[in-house]
Design a protein around this ligand. Structure first.
Ligand SMILES: [Zn+2]
Length: 167
């Protein structure tokens, strides 16, 4: 009766423990995993002993101890799961923060671009020209190439990324 329940606990614990990369985690969490693994080993040994106890009364006492250990282990497991979940939300927050920061930097560089004759140039040092299509659509600052004089009747500049030709 207790057996399938126990093996589920163990599986769940080991699954969550496997999600954790030790290098990135707190000492507390690593200790928790170690404690859980020790508990697993102890419970396994006790289970084997329990099978050998012939005296019914002694056996039921023994099973009570085992049940307590199971409970303790279940608590460790719950704590572990909570920590893992908190951790992934923490990681999500870090990603969101990085994305926001990148966007802010893009906006900052956008304000430093000025439009001149249909092309972008950097406001501070007049560097450029840069492709307006690539920037406006993908927020990418792409330098455009000046076409050789022989083909300039078709266009003066070309973006090598999006192939837009500028006149
Ligand atoms: Zn382009």
């Amino acid at each position: 009766m207790g057996k399938p329940h126990w093996s589920n606990l163990e599986k769940e614990f080991l699954y969550y423990a496997s999600l954790i990369r030790e290098k990135e985690q707190s000492i507390e969490l690593i200790q928790m995993i170690a404690a859980g693994k020790i508990a697993i080993d102890r419970i396994k040994i006790l289970r084997e002993y329990a099978e050998e106890i012939a005296d019914r009364k002694k056996r039921s006492e023994f099973m009570k101890i085992l049940a307590d250990l199971n409970l303790e282990f279940a608590e460790i497991k719950d704590k572990l799961i909570k920590q893992v979940e908190e951790n992934s939300s923490l990681q999500k927050r870090i990603i969101d923060f990085k994305e926001r920061k990148e966007n802010q930097e893009l906006k900052k560089s956008a304000s430093q671009l000025i439009l001149k004759d249909g092309l972008y140039y950097k406001a501070d040092n007049n560097d450029g020209p840069f492709c307006t299509y690539c920037y406006d659509n993908n927020q990418k600052i792409i330098r455009i190439r000046t076409l050789p004089p022989t083909v300039q009747e078709f266009g003066k500049h070309e973006c090598l990324v999006c192939r837009t030709v500028y006149h």
